[in-house]
Ligand binder design. Structure first.
Ligand SMILES: C[S@@+](CC[C@H](N)C(=O)[O-])C[C@H]1O[C@@H](n2cnc3c(N)ncnc32)[C@H](O)[C@@H]1O
Length: 231
């Protein structure tokens, strides 16, 4: 599926105000549990500086800020998604731990080996050029640094996949039509989820970029997956 960065930025700017609410509806609140899994995985690695790419409304950055002696930089191309995230950070008085920045994951404005860890929640499938984005992740990660990616995937079990595709095709479109300022965004979200490489296919891409010790976990019968990879 061909992606256009300007369109993706515009789309997330338009849906920014509804994003958190619709994410709760579409995942039945499960995205919070899945993001907490990133926190638990991150905790075991004891990072001091994390880059949360495609941070959006900053949920993962806020969770990671709970890690001891750890600072987080959250980067996103959508100004409006960031401004929702910034309000949450202000309300939680976390400005000394998290800094949000407008920027492009495919051209990261930090020097090589700067970060101990990179986290990305539902971001990689939106990259215009996936390999450019992943190469940038590898570049700014310290040697042996860890990257944790949470992304949608398609269940492998045929029966579960059948119901999953019905759900994503009809329910997500309907939710978009009822609640969204831009219903076409939800068609894009569903289409990009169903066509993005997942499981072993995504692991192969990470390996081609040069990541090592790649592990993946399926969540909710494979509706989302977590990938852990080291530089
Ligand atoms: C589905 S949201 C995920 C937000 C958040 N990480 C979460 O888990 O809720 C995807 C985010 O990726 C951002 N994004 C897409 N392409 C990007 C890029 N090239 N660089 C930085 N952010 C990007 C969008 O602006 C959007 O905020």
């Amino acid at each position: 599926m061909k992606k256009n960065k300007t369109k993706i930025k515009g789309m997330f700017n338009t849906i920014s105000k509804e994003y958190d609410m619709l994410n709760n509806i579409i995942t039945f609140g499960q995205h919070k549990n899945w993001k907490s899994k990133i926190f638990k995985l991150a905790e075991s690695k004891n990072p001091k500086l994390i880059l949360d790419l495609a941070t959006g409304t900053a949920d993962i950055a806020i969770l990671s800020a709970k890690l001891k002696n750890c600072k987080v930089i959250g980067l996103d191309i959508s100004k409006k998604m960031l401004s929702i995230g910034q309000k949450k950070i202000d309300n939680l008085c976390l400005n000394d731990k998290i800094k949000l920045e407008l920027g492009d994951a495919e051209c990261i404005n930090y020097k090589d080996g700067f970060f101990d860890m990179i986290t990305i929640g539902y971001g990689v499938r939106n990259f215009e050029n996936l390999e450019n984005g992943l190469n940038e992740c590898k570049r700014v990660l310290k040697k042996s640094g860890c990257m944790i990616i949470l992304e949608t995937s398609v269940p492998r079990n045929k029966i579960i996949k059948f119901f999953y595709l019905i759900y994503t095709t009809y329910f997500i479109h309907l939710i978009g039509k009822i609640f969204s300022k831009q219903p076409s965004a939800y068609k894009y979200l569903h289409k990009s989820s169903n066509t993005f490489p997942s499981g072993k296919n995504f692991e192969k891409i990470l390996s081609k970029i040069g990541f090592k010790n790649i592990i993946s976990y399926e969540l909710l019968f494979g509706a989302s997956s977590i990938y852990i990879a080291e530089k």
